[in-house]
Design a protein around this ligand. Structure first.
Ligand SMILES: Cc1ncc(COP(=O)(O)O)c(C=O)c1O
Length: 389
């Protein structure tokens, strides 16, 4: 008997492939999975423990406990200002919110525009809806920010949605205000929904700050805003994300979520609300550490023959240009990452795993300690010497 075509044809992520390969080895230094090395702030953990001990072991409302939705609404009162009762859905990580948004907005055969290099899950998530992926590459020359004209050209009669991820995984690109405005001008009067994945929006390192596409006239109404607790509060394992959108979209997303994940545990949700109310200073400390690590890793990469990088403006990924190293080794980015792993124990992710335009790059996550960054890059520097660089 055949398994479904969907299951058989769905590709796996290059991030997990490298991660699994590394598990077979000893003495590795990992720069793969995009997760903070920090432990969740203590007030959040304490609150969750208190809830578990008080017996909060039951199902919760499908769209999330009201306490958390109210805390999210309060957190967003100066930008999206959502109604906690009708405009917020809590999800199993931002991952599930994106999937539910896609299922709500697009039908099989519709086109979804995706700016690449992009987080690998988007490819699978679009595939699961039966929609057609329309790729718009963004280039290093433009700091991996998409060119609005390229997006305008990609729009066709079947285009139903666009995914915009800023700051970006894997490039750390932050879509600047002028580009956001140009994109809003293109999208405002067209029948195209926006999925704005802004899960890294607090991780910004440069002075120009952060602009959300939702801040432009007429955009909130057509956008599903996605965020979550994984990156912001170092809560990847808690699996908590959320979507904000107009009530009819949230109502339909919640129906789908009810049939998929149903709901999230009460203690995680109530604890996350405490995080939003009490832990913002602590997460700003984390941001400062990432900033220091970004500067460190970029200077070490740029001091490594065969590699180069323009400092990313957000998130915690160094999308490193390895084209010279690829040339010297004769290896494409997948084989280069494997070779690097086998010879040095350093685990990175091939740029090709984020779309074709990522070929020639490797992604190095810097959500890891300064010691790891120094030790890992020292191994890479030895490695490139072996190829005469
Ligand atoms: C761009 C982007 N969106 C969403 C997610 C998913 O996050 P969560 O852990 O909340 O599911 C990730 C995780 O790596 C990500 O990089």
């Amino acid at each position: 008997m055949q398994l479904s075509n969907l299951a058989q044809n769905l590709g796996g992520s290059a991030i997990r492939a490298m991660y699994n390969e590394a598990l077979k080895m000893k003495d590795t230094i990992s720069f793969t999975v995009g997760e903070p090395d920090f432990i969740t702030p203590k007030p959040i953990i304490d609150e969750a423990c208190r809830c578990w001990e008080q017996g909060m072991t039951h199902y919760t409302p499908n769209s999330g406990v009201l306490t958390l939705r109210q805390a999210i609404a309060e957190y967003h009162k100066n930008d999206l200002n959502p109604d906690p009762e009708t405009q917020i859905m809590v999800s199993c990580g931002a991952t599930e919110a994106i999937q539910m948004a896609l299922f709500t907005l697009v039908d099989p055969g519709d086109e979804v525009i995706l700016v690449t290099p992009a987080w690998p899950n988007y490819f699978g998530q679009i595939g699961m809806t039966g929609a057609i992926l329309k790729v718009v590459p963004a280039y290093e020359e433009n700091n991996f920010v998409p060119n609005p004209d390229d997006i305008r050209r990609a729009i066709g009669p079947k285009t139903k949605a666009i995914i915009l991820n800023s700051p970006s995984n894997p490039t750390g690109a932050v879509i600047d205000k002028a580009t956001c405005k140009a994109l809003a001008d293109i999208l405002r009067d067209r029948d195209i929904f926006v999925i704005a994945d802004e899960i890294y929006s607090r991780l910004i390192y440069d002075d120009e700050g952060y602009t959300s596409i939702t801040s432009f006239d007429g955009m909130i109404e057509k956008t599903v805003y996605i965020s979550g607790f994984s990156k912001m509060f170092a809560m990847t394992g808690w699996r908590l994300g959320y979507a904000i959108a107009r009530p009819d979209i949230i109502r339909n997303m919640t129906k789908l979520h009810e049939n998929g994940a149903s709901c999230l545990p009460a203690p995680s949700q109530i604890a996350a609300a405490v995080g939003l109310k009490q832990c913002l200073p602590e997460i700003d400390q984390m941001r400062k550490s990432y900033h220091t690590r970004r500067d460190l890793i970029c200077s070490l990469i740029n001091a490594t023959p065969g590699l180069s990088i323009r400092p990313p403006k957000g998130a915690f990924y160094a999308f490193t240009n390895a084209k010279e190293l690829s040339k010297a080794t004769g290896l494409n980015s997948m084989d280069l990452c494997m070779d690097l792993l086998k010879k040095t124990g350093v685990v990175t992710v091939p740029g090709s795993g984020f779309g074709d335009v990522g070929e020639g790059y490797i992604r190095i996550t810097y959500a890891t300690s300064e010691e790891n960054i120094k030790a890992g890059l020292a191994r890479v520097q030895e490695y490139v010497k072996g190829y005469g660089l």
